[in-house]
Design a protein around this ligand. Structure first.
Ligand SMILES: [Fe+2]
Length: 390
């Protein structure tokens, strides 16, 4: 297989959501479950805080189902057409979240690439600042169906389990998980994550974000080594989950400027030496709390961003959803749209997680959660988010 070119990896709609790596999106394609489930992973993020974003392809009896589409570059379409040759046509494209813009934006382009596929979207789609009709969001009106209202795709082979709707004030949170009964794979978009200490393999295509954050100062070179990749990954995990972790501070401006433009760092890749972070000694302890490795009883969790900004007043709704999942004995593992997959997961762990939440601290406001808490507070004060219980 030849390496994909820049043209094959081009994503022309990136200015709509200008995230790293912008217009060029390399894709890692992996077969997760032989002849049944494939993962298509890209990176996306803000200022090198890049995490994997995944589309999951399920082979149903009638053909292929795409769950949580990613930008359909030429490289992605070529791999999908190859799967179609062996397993049948793409029959369904599923957007299972009402709110995740990063999952919503690729849908119109993916739909155009597969004009015979039915597009399924979760109910309560919303746009900001203007509420636009679904057709204006680019969903093809003549072949778009709403999950739940219009049934569900392939219900004899897949179970669909909604989380929500939750009225957030600004919009509605609704996500629909999908259980493949054949393999026991539970597909979710954003509602559950499982984070490993090892950098995900998609970074092998582009380790730059890891190497950037592995450093302690802007004048340090970007050096590729296994230790630096892991160190950079753990720091990215902190930023991605807390936005501003409590184990960093911003150095004074003279110190920052003194590092800019040093030899070896005078490149856009190194952001010309601009690196406004100073890490405290306990940063690894803070990162370890987010990893599944230190917590085998709870291999998956609600991402802190969702816990603090979407569910701070809706713990009960999340617990109810976990209990619903825990009644599905077929569940064997989790395939989420971010981070690692597949992750072994069973009903015992789901029940345990739901029970833990009866007493565990929920959506805290101190320590690494401080920034998320202040965002939530500001949104409530501005009236953008409803403070009432959902
Ligand atoms: Fe997401």
């Amino acid at each position: 297989m030849t390496a994909a070119s820049a043209t094959d990896q081009h994503w022309p709609w990136w200015p709509l959501l200008p995230l790293y790596p912008y217009g060029r999106r390399p894709t890692l394609v992996r077969e997760l479950i032989p002849r049944r489930i494939w993962s298509f992973e890209q990176l996306h993020g803000v200022w090198y805080v890049a995490v994997p974003i995944r589309m999951t392809v399920v082979r149903v009896e009638e053909g292929l189902l795409l769950y949580s589409p990613i930008p359909p570059t030429g490289e992605v379409l070529e791999a999908l057409h190859e799967l179609e040759r062996h397993h049948g046509p793409v029959r369904a494209i599923v957007l299972a979240t009402s709110s995740g813009l990063e999952h919503k934006l690729p849908v119109p382009a993916m739909a155009r690439a597969f004009p015979a596929a039915t597009v399924w979207v979760s109910d309560c789609q919303w746009s900001f600042p203007l509420r636009l009709p679904d057709a204006w969001l680019g969903f093809p009106a003549d072949r778009t169906k709403v999950l739940g209202l219009d049934g569900f795709p392939f219900p004899d082979q897949l179970r669909w389990i909604p989380l929500g709707p939750l009225d957030l004030g600004l919009g509605t949170f609704l996500e629909v998980a999908c259980l493949d009964l054949t393999t026991g794979s539970l597909l979710v978009t954003d509602a559950l994550v499982s984070i490993s200490a090892e950098p995900p393999p998609v970074f092998d295509l582009d380790p730059t974000p890891l190497l950037f954050y592995a450093r302690d100062g802007g004048s340090e070179l970007l050096i590729d080594s296994p230790a630096n990749r892991m160190r950079g990954w753990l720091r990215i995990v902190l930023f991605a989950n807390y936005f501003r972790p409590s184990c960093i501070e911003v150095p004074p401006l003279p110190e920052l400027l003194a590092q800019v433009g040093r030899e070896g760092c005078r490149s856009a890749r190194a952001h010309f030496g601009f690196y406004p972070f100073r890490w405290s000694e306990d940063w690894q302890i803070e990162a370890a709390r987010l990893l599944r490795d230190g917590n085998p009883a709870r291999p998956v969790r609600l991402a802190p961003v969702l816990e603090r900004l979407v569910f701070p007043r809706a713990r009960k709704a999340f617990q109810v959803w976990l209990r619903k999942l825990a009644r599905l004995e077929e569940i064997q593992h989790l395939i989420a749209a971010h981070y690692d997959a597949p992750i072994p997961l069973g009903v015992t762990q789901l029940h345990a997680y739901a029970s833990d939440l009866e007493t565990a601290e929920w959506a805290p406001s101190k320590g690494p959660w401080t920034t998320l808490a202040s965002i939530d507070e500001a949104l409530v004060n501005l009236g953008v988010v409803s403070p009432s219980k959902n």
